[in-house]
Design a protein around this ligand. Sequence first.
Ligand code: AP5
Ligand code: ZN
Length: 208
Amino acid sequence: PRILILGAPGAGKGTQSAKITDHFDIEHITTGDALRANKGIDISHLGLEYDTPGEYMDAGELVPDEVVNEIVDEALSQADGFVLDGYPRNLEQAEELESMTKLDLVLMLDVSEDELVHRLTGRRLDPETGDIYHVEYNPPEDDEVEERLVQRDDDTEETVKERLRVYRENTEPVIDHYEDAGALERVDGEQAPEQVWEDVRETIETTT
Ligand code: AP5
Ligand code: ZN
């Protein structure tokens, strides 16, 4: 299936995408990870505010559409089934996506704002495997893993606030767009990860 997963920063897109790609054996296309791997590339030729993607990301702002559209276009052209995570984040990107592929399902993870802040500031990543943890909700069992965990550069309280503002301003209209088209399937993302996964799996199985 070709799935789009939507949700605010910290809603659990990465966590659920890992389960989806495992279970349905499809690709995970994530603009956040792709951009983090290319934080330092020179985009000064665009003549915009910053010269690298990383500067936008650390400020909590959106990386310019030109850069992101190209990443997604390239990844989609190589994938059969996929879960797309982190894109589109504004209406221009949503329009661009429509010219690139046809989706089978648009999933929205609903989570309240207080919970989002708590999730993001407590998030930790395993730099070796890419696995996502949380200091309270999902700590690693292995001490060795725990010792090597890192925090994402944009998970500071200040940047989290800006990311949530950018989400409300630019990405909520995208949610409304899919909702108006009658194409949105909502899942309660505030439940425990395993319960969210059950609902996600059931929604995918019944709609694709
Ligand atoms: P991106 O990496 O996409 O970040 P985001 O959208 O802010 O989302 P996150 O990755 O922070 O959250 P998530 O929903 O994946 O949650 P997770 O599963 O990790 O983008 C980063 C930046 O890149 C952007 O700010 C922008 O600068 C740039 N960018 C990316 N795409 C772009 C685009 N299209 N256009 C322009 N710029 C772009 O979970 C979070 C935490 O919660 C974890 O600790 C996890 O363990 C925990 N958790 C998860 N589920 C649960 C649960 N059910 N219960 C309790 N805890 C849970
Ligand atoms: Zn993510």
